[in-house]
Design a protein around this ligand. Structure first.
Ligand SMILES: [Zn+2]
Length: 314
């Protein structure tokens, strides 16, 4: 009885051992399968994110294939592993000022100085990329200027475009994606949706892809010659529009025509803007005052070589 019992127990032990071995084997197989499916899923999600973006832009562009490639890597943003380093000397930040990027058409001669040819623009992006420049967001620019830091091993540049023109979406944005460069468009909120200007949908799409939309007032008055009450509503209303429609805290704006006074600066501060961009020529630094930052004006004649010379900080 006792022996039979022991034998039964032994059998049970053997069975249990076999079962356990089988269970471990099954778990191992499941583990391998799960890891593989997870990797596949991640790849699938990553490519899904990028390929699901609308691709209506510039199908006749000579760069359309490269644009697609840039979309697959999904970003003008290059946030990856930045290490910020404190600097002993005051940081100088080149803030480039562009307006229109397109081939100048007939009858546009009056705006000649505001229109940069796409080929020239692309040569700028390529030269900046080759020279190791990292294009910053307004938030990163604020960090750089207030903390006196730079990303380790990189030079910095802030690409800004004024007036929320149509060609920013159609021409500049695909090139910015191709070269993985972030940029900021300073939006005249009263023009959003006009034929010659960006639509809200375009702005929303770009915001998801490394483009920042910041202020440039509602109707583009020369603030320095404008009644303070109107200055206040121009700044307040444009900020409210961008904050509510894009779900953000708009931290910077550009003075229309570079026009401002000390009173304008005080009004900007009261409206919680942290930075404001002028048309005063030069590299920006904290010493400018954050609400009167210098910029580098880009002309149609600005070659890539001249650009690199102008923004060299040492
Ligand atoms: Zn403007």
């Amino acid at each position: 009885m006792a022996a039979a019992h022991r034998k039964g127990k032994k059998n049970k032990n053997e069975l249990a051992l076999l079962g356990l071995t089988l269970l471990m084997f099954i778990l191992l197989v499941l583990g391998v399968l799960y890891t593989q499916s997870e990797t596949f899923l991640n790849r699938h999600i990553e490519s899904g994110q990028s390929t699901s973006k609308p691709k209506k832009v510039n199908q006749d562009s000579p760069h359309s294939s490269e644009t697609t490639e840039a979309q697959q890597t999904n970003t003008p943003a290059q946030k990856d592993d930045i290490v910020w380093e404190h600097q002993s000397q005051p940081v100088k930040l080149p803030i480039l000022m562009y307006h229109a990027i397109h081939v100048m058409g007939a009858g546009e001669e009056g705006n000649y100085n505001l229109i940069v040819d796409p080929t020239t623009f692309e040569s700028h992006l390529k030269a900046l990329q080759d020279a190791g420049y990292y294009a910053v967001s307004p938030e990163e620019a604020y960090k750089i200027l207030t903390e006196n830091v730079l990303p380790q091993g990189k030079k910095v540049i802030w690409l800004t475009f004024d007036d929320s023109l149509w060609d920013f979406y159609d021409i500049a944005y695909p090139l910015l994606k191709q070269y993985h460069m972030k940029a900021t468009n300073n939006v005249i909120t009263g023009t959003v949706g006009n034929e010659a200007n960006l639509s809200l949908d375009e702005m929303k799409e770009m915001k998801e892809n490394g483009i920042s939309l910041q202020g440039h007032t509602v109707t583009h008055p020369a603030l320095g010659n404008t009644d303070p009450t109107v200055q206040n509503s121009e700044l307040a209303d444009s900020k409210t529009y961008l904050d509510s429609n894009l779900g953000q805290d708009t931290i910077s704006f550009a003075y229309p025509s570079g026009s401002y006074t000390d009173e304008t600066i005080a009004i900007a501060e009261r409206n919680n803007f942290k930075m404001a961009l002028t048309t005063n020529e030069g590299l920006a630094s904290a010493a400018n005052g954050l609400l009167s930052l210098n910029r580098v004006r880009i002309l149609p004649t600005t070659t890539a070589e001249l650009l690199l010379q102008t923004i060299a900080t040492q």
